[in-house]
Design a protein around this ligand. Structure first.
Ligand SMILES: Nc1ncnc2c1ncn2[C@@H]1O[C@H](COP(=O)(O)OP(=O)(O)OP(=O)(O)O)[C@@H](O)[C@H]1O
Ligand SMILES: [Mg+2]
Length: 379
C-alpha cells in the first residue's frame, strides 16, 4: 500500500482560517498582517503605556503566525515586531539604537519568549501532521477492507444462487430417475404379480398373500410417485403454476389436515421456468413452515398478477414468529435456511420478500417483477 500524499494542514478541519489560501505567499502576507495589527494595537495603547512593555501586543501576533503560518513567517513577524517596537515604542523613539543594558535585556527576553512560542507551535504542528498521515493510512486500510468485504459478499451471493440452481436441477433429475427407473420396474413387477395372482387363484391362501403384496406394491408406487412429484411436480413444467399449486395444496391439506384456501385466477398466465419454480418453492416453504411452526388450523394463499409484477401472499392464523427469533433471523440468519433461501431466490429475479408476524399469525408477501423475458404466452 502506497503512503498517501498528505496535504499538511495545520489548522483544525472546518476552522475559520481554512477559507484562506494555503500557499506560502499567502502565509507570509498573513504574518505581515498580524505584525501590522499588533503594531496598531500597541500604537493605540501608547498614550497609556508610553515606553512601558513595548513588545506586549506582538506576542499574540507571533503566536498566531507560528501556529497558522509556520516557522519562517513567524520569524518574519518576530523581526518586524522587533524593528517596529524598537523604532516606535522604545526611547529614544524613531531610532533603532539601544539606550542601555535594560533595553538589551528586554530585547533578549522578547527574542527568547518568541523563540519558545515558535518552537512549541512547530512541535504541535509536526505532531498534528504525523497524526493526519496516520489517519490517512488508516482510512485507506479501512477502504481496502471494505472493498475486500464487498467482493466476499458478492461471491457468497453468487455461490448461494448457484447452489439453489443446482438444488433445483438435482431435484428435477432425481424425480425423473425415480419415475423412469424405479417407477417402471414397479409397474412391471405389479403386472407379474397380477398374472401370478390369476394363475394361483385356486390356492386361496397364497392368492391372498399375493393380493396383499400387490396392494403393497401399489401403495409403494403411489408413494414413490408422490415423492417424485413433490421433488419436482411435472405439472409445473407441463400445465403451469396454477395447476401445480392446486395439486400441491390439495395434497398438503390432506396430509397436514390444515385447511388451505388457494386464490388464483383461472387464466393466470404462463411465465418463465425460473419464475414459476421460484413462486412454487416460496408457497411450498411457507406451507411447510405453517405446518411445522405455526399451529394454525388454516392457511390462505393469494396470487395476483398486474401488468408489471406478481404478488404472492401466504397467510396463517397461528402463533406467529417470536420477536427474539425474528431478531435472530434478521441479524444472524439463524435458525433455518428456508426464509433465507426464499429471500435469495426472489433477489435473483429482482423481487423481494416481506414477513409480517404477530400473535395473530404470519403473513408472507413475495413480489416478483415481470419482464418480457419472464412472461410467455398462455399455455
Ligand atoms: N408461519 C410461521 N409461524 C410461526 N413461526 C414461523 C413461521 N414461519 C417461520 N417461522 C419461524 O421462523 C424460523 C425460520 O424459518 P425457516 O423456514 O428459515 O427455518 P426452519 O423452517 O426452522 O428450517 P428449514 O431450514 O428447514 O426451513 C422458524 O424456525 C420458525 O421459528
Ligand atoms: Mg422452513
Amino acid at each position: 500500500m502506497g503512503r498517501p500524499k498528505s496535504k499538511v494542514m495545520m489548522v483544525p478541519q472546518g476552522s475559520f482560517f481554512q477559507r484562506f489560501p494555503q500557499t506560502p505567499a499567502a502565509k507570509v502576507l498573513l504574518s505581515i498582517l498580524a505584525a501590522v495589527i499588533a503594531f496598531l494595537v500597541r500604537w493605540l495603547l501608547n498614550p497609556a503605556l508610553g515606553s512601558y512593555v513595548p513588545y506586549i501586543t506582538f506576542f499574540p501576533a507571533i503566536a498566531f503566525s507560528a501556529w497558522y503560518c509556520g516557522v519562517v513567517p513567524a520569524l518574519l513577524t518576530t523581526v518586524l515586531a522587533l524593528l517596529a517596537a524598537q523604532y516606535w515604542f522604545v526611547s529614544p523613539v524613531h531610532s533603532l539604537r539601544l539606550a542601555g543594558p535594560e533595553q538589551l535585556a528586554a530585547l533578549l527576553v522578547f527574542l527568547l519568549v518568541s523563540g519558545i512560542i515558535i518552537a512549541i507551535s512547530e512541535l504541535h504542528r509536526r505532531r498534528e501532521r504525523d497524526l493526519r498521515v496516520a489517519r490517512g493510512e488508516l482510512e485507506l486500510q479501512v477502504e481496502q477492507r471494505t472493498v475486500e468485504l464487498n467482493a466476499a459478499n458478492q461471491s457468497l451471493r453468487d455461490l448461494t444462487s448457484r447452489l439453489l440452481q443446482l438444488q433445483d436441477d438435482e431435484r428435477r433429475r432425481i424425480a425423473r430417475e425415480l419415475h423412469d427407473s424405479v417407477g417402471q420396474m414397479l409397474v412391471a413387477l405389479n403386472m407379474n404379480l397380477s398374472a401370478l395372482g390369476g394363475d394361483i387363484e385356486r390356492l386361496a391362501k397364497t392368492a391372498n398373500t399375493v393380493k396383499d403384496s400387490t396392494s403393497l406394491v401399489e401403495s409403494l408406487t403411489s408413494e414413490i410417485r408422490t415423492i417424485s412429484h413433490l421433488l419436482h411436480p411435472p405439472l409445473l413444467d407441463e400445465a403451469g403454476l396454477a395447476s401445480a399449486l392446486r395439486w400441491y395444496v390439495d395434497g398438503f391439506a390432506e396430509r397436514s389436515k390444515i385447511k388451505v384456501d388457494l386464490d388464483i385466477a383461472a387464466d393466470f398466465g404462463r411465465f418463465s421456468r425460473e419464475l414459476e419454480t421460484a413462486i412454487f418453492r416460496v408457497v411450498q416453504e411457507c406451507l411447510t413452515n405453517i405446518h411445522r411452526h405455526s399451529d394454525s388450523p388454516s392457511a390462505k394463499i393469494r396470487l395476483t398478477c398486474s401488468a408489471n409484477d406478481i404478488r404472492v401472499e401466504v397467510k396463517d392464523r397461528g402463533i406467529g414468529i417470536a420477536p427474539a427469533k425474528k431478531m435472530a433471523m434478521e441479524t444472524t440468519g439463524i435458525p433455518g435456511v428456508g426464509v433465507r433461501g426464499m429471500h435469495e431466490r426472489l433477489r435473483q429475479l429482482g423481487g423481494n420478500l416481506d414477513i409480517n408476524s404477530d400473535g395473530n399469525g404470519t403473513c408472507v408477501v413475495a413480489r416478483l417483477p415481470i419482464s418480457s423475458s419472464t412472461s410467455t404466452a398462455a399455455a
